[in-house]
Design a protein around this ligand. Structure first.
Ligand SMILES: NC(=O)c1ccc[n+]([C@@H]2O[C@H](COP(=O)([O-])OP(=O)(O)OC[C@H]3O[C@@H](n4cnc5c(N)ncnc54)[C@H](OP(=O)(O)O)[C@@H]3O)[C@@H](O)[C@H]2O)c1
Length: 263
């Protein structure tokens, strides 16, 4: 009997790291269900089909229960187990906390914290019942440091990073692996969406999303716990473990405060 094609679900696959993760899945023979909030997911699906992939696109707001249920139902309709789940959708937000619009703040928390948590709860139960599956969660090295002028975002990523480690431990006696991808600044739409193009971190040279995705995919396939991408980011993550939080917040201010861009 022919072996069935494996199925991967990738959230936030319309651009950036998620689109590159989806390309990795195709390269490794997975069929795909991809999701994001805007119509751009349909364009991404067309690009991925052009690479030879079998792709279903779901346009859904993954900051909401309804959106995640919509994705879950689409997957269930295929009647196939999910072999790989990549919880990657996320968004940032620059500026000083008190200057941010609260609706934007809530959107970051709902997408990164609520959405990631509910998505994992829905899909991990099925994996646990089958005792099979690989999960890649996109956290960030931002989660290791207090993010002055990106305070809410860094706090959400501290949640995501911590959550991923805890889930990995809870599932260690099963055949399910949980890997946390922890990129540093990466060249995607992230900084424009976060309104951070007038900051040092927003204008500095960044990592290639294709490289970041490949490292994350490979780490997931090896079943590793976490992957910090790039030497400079590994150093920064190490520093974050030994530097006092006040000093880390001050360092972050120098990268993320509006007006710090090098022109
Ligand atoms: N770029 C960096 O420097 C960096 C560093 C560390 C970690 N990360 C993390 O990497 C992940 C991917 O970000 P990226 O850098 O690739 O940025 P990106 O190009 O802006 O991609 C973000 C993706 O998330 C989707 N998304 C955002 N909110 C959503 C929502 N409510 N519902 C559904 N989809 C939603 C976007 O889709 P739509 O546009 O269609 O809404 C898009 O596909 C995020 O979790 C981010 O926190 C990024």
């Amino acid at each position: 009997m022919a072996e069935r094609a494996k199925l991967a679900v990738v959230t936030g696959a319309s651009s950036g790291i998620g689109l590159e993760l989806a390309k990795q899945c195709i390269e490794h023979g997975y069929d795909l269900i991809i999701a994001s909030d805007t119509e751009e997911i349909l364009e991404a699906a067309a690009v991925l089909r052009g690479l030879g992939g079998t792709v279903e696109a779901v346009q859904a707001d993954l900051a909401t229960r309804i959106g995640i249920d919509q994705l879950y139902t689409t997957v269930a309709r295929q009647g196939r187990p999910v072999d790989v789940l990549m919880a990657n959708a996320g968004r940032g937000l620059g500026e000083a906390f008190v200057d941010q619009d609260f609706a934007d703040i809530q959107r970051v928390i709902d997408t990164n914290v609520f959405g990631t948590t509910y998505l994992l709860h829905r899909f991990l139960r099925d994996m646990r019942n089958r005792n099979e599956g690989k999960v890649l969660i996109t956290g960030s090295i931002a989660g290791a440091m207090p993010g002055a002028f990106q305070a809410v975002y860094n706090a959400t990523k501290a949640y995501v990073d911590s959550f991923a480690y805890a889930l990995r431990n809870e599932l260690k006696d099963t055949d399910i692996t949980v890997t946390c991808l922890m990129p540093g600044p990466t060249d995607t739409d992230f900084f424009e969406t976060a309104d951070m193009l007038d900051t040092k971190v927003g204008t500095d040279k960044k990592d290639d999303p294709a490289m970041v995705a490949k490292k994350g995919f490979d780490a997931m396939m090896r079943g590793e716990g976490h992957e910090v991408t790039g030497f400079a980011n590994k150093m920064q993550a190490m520093m974050a473990n030994i530097m006092p939080d006040d000093a880390l917040a001050e360092m972050h201010r120098k990268m993320a405060q509006p007006g710090t861009a090098k022109h």
